[in-house]
Write a protein that binds this ligand. Structure first.
Ligand SMILES: [Zn+2]
Length: 250
């Protein structure tokens, strides 16, 4: 079957815009969606990130004016489109910040693909490196981590993983090949907003600001080379115009 890409919204947060765009004014706030994605390749069903959680410890990390959406429970959200938790063979994480990984623990049957450097950062003892991760969400022996290093072509070259380090030590973006819609790059927090790409500005939250800046350049080069559309991580205007699950892109 041809690939189907579903967009789900786990919730919303109001945060300092500077966290997403390093040049924003210190007092500027932005209301952002927190998405995750399902890629249905027929026999292989893959979650891309798992969002913030309805009742997980990550709730403590949420800012004021945050809310968990109806699809914040991925098991219920997937059930609505006829997919059960056990059907999810893989989870691919852009990174392990709490708003991207809170529900991973609910998928003990899935292999969880993440950069090795990201895993190390998430479980680091260094409080500076650990910022943004909620270890209680991801320290489950049932999670089947499948660490990778660098780039990877997966599922018959229908998914390509491009490391886009800098927001976190092991951030990665994904290129997905869709037959009708064309190529999509899930940028994640390497480019949370359209302005990161259009104006070459790194996110303010960055474990390595230089790397974060060069990852934006890489994303643009990659998008040009692959004739792909970049889907920004949390851009409110962008997600206003996206077709959400149960609709999909194929
Ligand atoms: Zn992040």
């Amino acid at each position: 079957m041809s690939a189907k890409l579903y967009v789900l919204i786990s919730g919303y947060q109001t945060i300092a815009k500077k966290k997403l765009l390093s040049t924003a004014e210190a007092n500027q706030k932005i209301y952002i969606p927190v998405p995750y994605f399902l890629l249905d390749l027929g026999s292989d069903k893959i979650l891309i990130d798992t969002g913030i959680s309805e009742n997980s410890n990550s709730a403590g990390a949420l800012s004021d004016n945050s809310s968990v959406a109806e699809d914040g429970n991925p098991i219920k959200a997937l059930h609505k489109i006829g997919i059960e938790q056990k059907d999810i063979k893989y989870i691919i994480h852009t990174h392990l910040h709490f708003d991207h990984a809170a529900n991973t623990k609910y998928f003990p049957n899935s292999e969880v693909i993440v950069q090795l450097s990201e895993l190390r950062a998430a479980f680091s003892d260094d409080p500076l490196i650990k910022h943004g991760y909620v270890e209680d969400d991801i320290r489950y022996s049932s999670i089947k981590w499948q660490p990778i290093t660098s780039m990877r072509s997966l599922f018959g070259n229908r998914v390509f993983i491009l490391p886009t380090l800098g927001h976190t030590p092991g951030h990665q973006s994904l290129l997905i090949r869709l037959k009708n819609y064309g190529n999509v790059i899930i940028a994640g927090d390497a480019a949370p907003l359209k302005d990161n790409i259009e104006k070459n500005i790194a996110p303010g939250v960055a474990s390595n600001p230089d790397e974060a800046f060069y990852s934006i350049k890489s994303l643009k080069e990659f998008a040009y080379f692959e004739n792909a559309q970049i889907w920004y991580g949390h851009d409110p205007e962008f997600f206003k115009n996206v077709n959400l699950s149960p609709e999909y892109y194929d």
